[in-house]
Design a binder for this molecule. Structure first.
Ligand code: F6R
Length: 366
């Protein structure tokens, strides 16, 4: 059942090329240059008239929502707010009939997310679900939706659900961009083509596994870890930190790279590994100067860079290369080595990777 892998988590990490492909199959029609999603098409007016989109979710799904915020605003020019479902539901939020709420949930059973949906519905908002589990409570409670086609996710730490959530949300953002005219048709075609190439890039990237394992060996006794990223990769830093916390029980924090100087830099010394995402198109020079600041304080740097990078290689203790892509799609790539890093560290620490302590796959209590 684990398909030859030692853990479900590793199997699910390796399933991502297939899962991402299954998620856009039948929706991304490159030859015709269209995106077909019934749930979006049937409610196009609601999306186009939306004052804003509010995304509600918890945990890793909330991180996917943050990535989507950057993508929606860039591609479709619709203001987006991303909320923890638990905060949203208890805050007496201002919601109107002109708001579109997108609820993201792998399990479709998360109690706080479900309650946020009910609240938004009671205020007249249109609620769209992005779930993995077919027929789940959230899938049933929302007005419309689009499933991720990740297949069953057994490992408690979410991996393929995250990348397929981003895939679905990207498809929606692209569809709305075309409908709104906020993206040229040539850019639209380019993005379709690039998105279609992601699974093979993930496939290629998964070969870094052994290299990441070697890096993991050197940090398995760490007690703290910092993750930094900017732009599209800021949420990936949060997600990388969450993954490490969950399965290896090492304390980790994710930050937008530029926030480092406002506090976290005080933590850096020679025992602090800092994982930095420094893709070539993502505010690269600024991230490189962050890396220099870490270096001068003797922090250990594990950098995720684009293939062919030279500047970071000279400063970082370790580099992990990802294939080149559009920056907006880079989270689908940069996430992969961070998943593998947490996985290997947790295995080497003898942790129960698939069923970490104190955690459940579906959080049906608030
Ligand atoms: C992280 C993780 C949790 C879930 C969160 C939301 O690896 O698994 O943070 O992402 O509990 O769950 P869903 O997406 O099922 O609503």
């Amino acid at each position: 059942e684990k398909g030859g892998y030692e853990h479900f988590m590793l199997k699910e990490i390796h399933e991502q090329p297939r899962a991402i492909r299954d998620t856009y199959r039948g929706r991304l029609l490159r030859d015709e240059a269209i995106i077909k999603m019934a749930g979006v098409e049937d409610n196009m007016k609601k999306f186009l008239n939306a004052n804003r989109i509010i995304i509600v979710a918890c945990g890793t799904s909330w991180h996917a929502g943050l990535v989507a915020e950057y993508i929606f605003e860039e591609f479709s020019r619709i203001p987006v707010e991303v909320e923890y479902a638990s905060e949203f539901r208890y805050r007496n939020p201002v919601i109107t009939e002109n708001d579109v709420v997108i609820a993201i949930s792998q399990s479709g059973e998360t109690a706080d997310t479900l309650a946020a949906i009910k609240l938004a519905k009671s205020k007249g908002a249109f609620v769209f679900g992005v779930c993995n589990v077919v027929g789940s409570s959230i899938a049933r409670e929302t007005h419309a939706g689009a499933y991720t086609h990740a297949g069953p996710e057994i490992g408690v730490a979410s991996t393929k659900a995250f990348t397929t959530q981003i895939t679905v949300l990207t498809l929606i953002a692209l569809r709305l961009a075309r409908a709104k005219g906020t993206m040229t048709s040539s850019n639209f075609r380019l993005y379709l083509q690039e998105l279609e190439l992601i699974p093979q890039k993930v496939e290629q990237l998964l070969k870094v596994d052994e290299h990441v394992k070697e890096i993991a060996k050197q940090y398995l006794l760490s007690t703290n870890c910092l993750y930094l990223g900017r732009g599209y990769n800021f949420p990936v830093a949060l997600e990388g930190a969450l993954k490490l916390k969950e399965i290896s029980y090492i304390h980790a924090e994710g930050y937008p790279a530029a926030e480092m100087k406002h506090g976290p830099i005080a933590l850096i010394d020679d025992r602090m590994p800092v994982i930095v995402i420094a893709t070539s198109k993502g505010h690269y020079e600024k991230v490189v100067s962050n890396i220099q600041e870490i270096k001068s304080r003797k922090g250990k740097i594990i950098a995720v860079v684009t293939e062919g990078d030279t500047a970071v290689k000279e400063i970082a203790d370790h580099v992990i290369e990802i294939p080149e892509s559009e920056e907006a799609f880079s989270p689908l790539l940069t996430t992969i080595p961070l998943q593998l890093l947490s996985y290997h560290i947790a295995v080497m620490r003898n942790c129960n990777v698939d069923q970490p302590r104190n955690l459940a796959k579906s959080v049906t209590v608030e």
